[in-house]
Design a protein around this ligand. Structure first.
Ligand SMILES: [Zn+2]
Ligand SMILES: [Zn+2]
Length: 246
């Protein structure tokens, strides 16, 4: 399994960082956690096939996690005739908007090649390679809509993506799954709280590798570097294009 960080910025892109998007490859199959980067273009630039994208799992409906879906859904609707992609979204409104704009732009029915799914806490995606389940968090998206962490299981390995979490972690919503169970990789946001806020959770985290993405403000990169030998696991802050093989 190969994990490629295609977008490591927080809500706003930087000169050398797109917003949130992580690509996971298992054999020829491509999966995405969040699509805040131009994932269609990036997949093509890497010489990979759009037809190999199996599913995109979003954590919530903020633009920095979903905006890249508009071109992917449009192009799959009319151009990539051999593609069939599942797209998991947290809000019906966004699902309807993507469906309608893809069809509007192309004159075709998006449902022919895109399986749009609305996420609930009991949603589970499974195919021959992977199992994905959702853990709700308290990150506020216009006050009411849900946000999720994602547990991605494959080849006997477990990857936990926190998605965005609550401001200052006041709502204690660091996903308890990661504190109670071993994971091979945890990808954690770092924009809505300080290193002090998250420190108690990092002490309990049972992971082999922790990657901080979605980092803001940028001086937190120095704090992450300073703490990298504090816990019993590898702590990284990847840049766009960095990869991890598990
Ligand atoms: Zn975000
Ligand atoms: Zn957000």
């Amino acid at each position: 399994m190969k994990i490629t960080f295609l977008g490591t910025s927080h809500g706003v892109p930087a000169a050398n960082r797109y917003c949130s998007a992580t690509m996971i490859e298992i054999g020829d199959n491509i999966y995405f956690i969040d699509a805040g980067a131009p994932i269609t273009d990036l997949v093509l630039r890497m010489g990979k096939k759009i037809e190999n994208i199996r599913a995109v799992f979003t954590t919530h409906s903020h633009g920095d996690h979903v905006i890249g879906l508009f071109s992917l859904c449009d192009l799959v609707t009319w151009h990539y005739k051999k593609a069939f992609i599942s797209v998991y979204l947290t809000e019906q409104k966004l699902l309807d908007l993507l469906f309608e704009t893809s069809g509007y732009l192309s004159n075709n029915n998006p449902a022919r090649r895109i399986n749009f799914e609305k996420i609930t806490e009991s949603t589970v995606y499974e195919d021959k390679s992977i199992k994905v389940s959702y853990i709700s968090t308290m990150h506020k998206n216009r006050g009411i809509e849900p946000s999720y962490a994602i547990l991605f299981e494959t080849e006997g390995k477990k990857l936990l993506f926190t998605g965005d979490l609550s401001g200052n972690l006041k709502l204690n919503d660091f996903p308890s799954y990661g504190l109670e169970n071993h994971t091979d990789l945890t990808v954690c946001e770092m924009a809505h709280f300080s290193m002090d806020h998250i420190h108690p959770y990092l002490e309990k985290l049972k992971t082999d590798i922790l990657c901080f993405t979605h980092v803001y403000p940028l001086d937190k990169y120095e704090l992450i570097e300073a703490k990298k030998d504090t816990f019993g696991y590898k702590m990284l802050s990847p840049s766009d294009g960095d990869t991890i093989e598990l």
